[in-house]
Design a protein around this ligand. Structure first.
Ligand SMILES: [Fe+2]
Length: 261
């Protein structure tokens, strides 16, 4: 069976790439009676002495403070299995903690770019399904190029870790946190109900973080005296800058384009 003729793709094809007006009942205006009772409740709360509000806020802050002080850190940066000359820090760089930071942030990049490859595959699949019933400002082939560059960036991060003598299979603290951050974007991209505009919006946040993160890695490599890594990091940074520009342009064309988008 032609994938374009499956029940799923037929239902996707009927939907616009942007959100359409419909029977959304989440707003207060959809229930005037409930709105009045909600307003009177809010008025009652506003009439309470300010001290009560303040005490509740301070209570939450006190609990958070206690937890933050007692909690440990999210994991640790694994020590290299084989210390290489490249990883051995110079005294001045050691003071800045650059080698550990470099390994931590490279682990984050590796994890993030691997997720980006999967995100672009999901976006390619959705774009192919939507393209059957609408004129879109982007082609699947263009997304394929971005996916391939994300894959290249993943290999740049892995090779850099290897050259430092670090274990590229280890999950660093920043990698663990980045997996949490990107989880929401994955949910958006793989939800069959989301529009192309919503998906572009979500993946744009990934690309903005990509650009900023490769820029930071360039600085970390400089501080750690890893000049040989700079060339590759700069190449990835240039790619990311173009990715951001492309996604912004496609998003703008979808928002400002013709109604069939
Ligand atoms: Fe990217």
């Amino acid at each position: 069976m032609n994938p374009a003729d499956t029940p799923v793709s037929r239902s996707v094809r009927r939907r616009p790439a942007r959100s359409a007006a419909g029977f959304n009942r989440t707003g207060a205006q959809s229930s005037p009676l409930a709105l009045r009772s909600m307003q009177s409740y809010a008025d009652e709360q506003a009439a309470l002495p300010p001290a009560a509000d303040c005490a509740a806020g301070k209570g939450i802050a006190a609990v958070r403070l206690a937890y933050v002080r007692e909690a440990g850190e999210v994991g640790s940066v694994p020590m290299p299995g084989a210390i290489t000359d490249a990883f051995a820090p110079r005294a001045a760089h050691r003071a800045a903690g650059a080698p550990e930071l470099l390994v931590d942030k490279l682990g984050e990049r590796l994890s993030w770019e691997r997720s980006s490859v999967r995100l672009y595959q999901a976006l390619m699949d959705k774009t192919a399904a939507l393209a059957a019933g609408a004129t879109l400002p982007l082609q699947v082939e263009e997304l394929h190029q971005l996916r391939e560059e994300a894959l290249e960036h993943m290999h740049i991060a892995a090779s850099a870790l290897d050259s430092l003598g670090a274990d590229s299979s280890a999950l660093t603290p920043s990698a663990a946190i980045s997996a949490l951050v990107i989880h929401g974007v994955t949910q958006v991209l793989t939800d069959p109900r989301t529009t192309l505009h919503q998906c572009l919006e979500a993946i744009l946040t990934v690309e903005l973080a990509d650009e900023a993160s490769w820029e930071l890695l360039m600085r970390l490599a400089e501080v750690a005296g890893q000049d040989e890594l700079l060339f590759h990091f700069h190449r990835a940074f240039r790619h990311e800058h173009v990715h951001v520009l492309k996604l912004k342009r496609w998003r703008e064309q979808l928002v400002l384009g013709t109604p069939e988008h």
